[in-house]
Write a protein that binds this ligand. Structure first.
Ligand code: COA
Length: 140
């Protein structure tokens, strides 16, 4: 797999991959999320292309808020899972953050999502006992 930054021509393939991976939610607009993330220095989407044919098989959204780094939309094409691609995408996102001086990376997982918890545990991530407070700013 070849990992590179998102290009505008990737948009439909990225959204299709997110849908195939079950990453989209009715209350999130994937095209809007892509537009908001890309084209600014603090965030990007990294995409993984299959070496045979170049189809898009993995993504991760990565960015920082001036303090911590965050991961979103990590997904590997279901047909290409369990081959180390998820691990490679997280490593690429970590390198992207480290190159910008970000000292720590964080992400959110639903507590009942045992599969993804096991994945991140295998990568050396730990659960931090914190509550996430939030409030919408867009009136939704
Ligand atoms: C989570 C996901 C990205 C993992 O990608 P992947 O390419 O299958 O993972 P890898 O092959 O790189 O696995 C890396 C390690 O995690 C472990 N792992 C992966 N899936 C696992 C599972 N379901 N249960 C236990 N361990 C798992 C692997 O055993 C491997 O460990 P090892 O290298 O020590 O053997 C992929 O399953 C996916 O896209 N899921 C759907 C989308 C999703 O839920 N994304 C996360 C949103 S929070």
């Amino acid at each position: 797999m070849n990992i590179r930054p998102y290009r505008a021509a990737d948009r439909d393939a990225v959204i299709a991959l997110w849908q195939a991976c079950g990453l989209t939610r009715p209350w999130n607009d994937p095209a809007g999320d892509i537009a908001f993330c890309t084209g600014r220095p603090e965030s990007t989407i990294l995409v993984g292309e299959a070496q045979d044919g170049g189809s898009l098989i993995a993504t991760v959204m990565v960015g920082h808020d001036g303090h911590r780094g965050w991961l979103y939309y990590l997904g590997v094409d279901p047909a290409a899972q369990k081959a180390g691609h998820g691990r490679a995408m997280v490593a690429a996102a970590e390198s992207w953050l480290a190159a910008r001086g970000v000292p720590k990376v964080m992400l959110m997982v639903r507590p009942e999502n045992d599969r993804v918890r096991a994945f991140y545990a295998a990568l050396g991530y730990i659960v931090e006992e914190r509550l996430i407070f939030s409030r919408r700013l867009d009136g939704k």
